[in-house]
Design a protein around this ligand. Sequence first.
Ligand SMILES: *Cc1c(COP(=O)(O)O)cnc(C)c1O
Length: 377
Amino acid sequence: MEEKIGMTELYAPYLRIREEVDAAVDEVIAQAAFINGPAVARFAEGLADYLGARHVVPCGNGTDALVLALTAAGVSPGDEVILPAFTFGATAQAVLLTGGTPVLADVDPATFNLDPASVERLVGPRTRAIVPVHLFGCCADMEAIMRLAAERNIRVVEDNAQSLGAQHVASDGTRRAAGLVGDIGCTSFFPTKNLGCFGDGGAVYTDDDALAARVRSIANHGQRGRKYYSEERGFNSRLDTIQAAVLNVKLPRLDEYIGARRRAAAWYRCRLEDVAGIELPCEPAYCRHTYNQYTLKIAGGRRDRVRERLAGEGISSTVYYPWPLYRQPAFGGVCRCDGLMHVAPALSECVLSLPMHTELTERQVDRVAACVKRAME
Ligand SMILES: *Cc1c(COP(=O)(O)O)cnc(C)c1O
């Protein structure tokens, strides 16, 4: 059988930066600076520069980032938080961890992201925050969401775990990093994300001084400066110094990594755009896609057949996400949605994500695309 093609490739990118990474990690160990070492502050500064953010607060992972941001935004028991029904469960789990109630909105069939019309139907007196998720590498339609939120004094917390490096372009041409359009952005450095470390990591970022101070406090047991003196309820969430050291080597290459993903996406596009029954990822005018995933929509119930054919040729593919949130036991009983939800469940039936990472070669994309085409004949 021919060479296997996996969804991701995590070792080869390390080999290209091995000396720098090894030296950075060795330095942390030599200094025994395991917790809050200098590499952590350096990374926070570097990421703030890259994003154009006033504050970056590194933390333990992307789920913690969401819990921290939601709590700092004032979400507490009894509050409702609107988020898309089509996302990774962490977005809704984070709401549950704050004691808030997830309210699930439908998504746009072309971009997979929050549908502002659905959000508008669900907004109510108890809505404290809206969480747009920038899924698969592409921003949600933020202008409509920001308008909705501003009219009602609702906080916007962006789940940017999958789209770090994406730029949102407003209709007047204003560009902002995804995550800085709303009040506060959250991201993850899980190894397969756009900027991945060698374990768990995350960050919260914002231009709002008060929100940043609150996040720092909650992530440090509610201590605000005075040690061993907790002023509010909090927990411990930190980015390991070793992970920060790895991220310091990778951050200057983030745009290059995104470039490699976009190049692979372009290869897929020119091979698959004419295949009947397949819809390719959409590139809306308001966002430069970073292709954390390359997700097709396959019509006519043929998705699983394509998946099997790919597997038969040693090619991985994944269904992100096979169940909308309200069909999962953790959320079904506690969330609220309306009877007009129809895009999210339809997507779960037809989406298929193909291998996508920085190391894909044109020859590999050829093989994947040819196999998809044959399965659709
Ligand atoms: C990965 C991810 C998270 C959680 O990040 P972790 O670092 O794994 O906790 C949250 N939301 C979305 C959309 C994600 O893809």
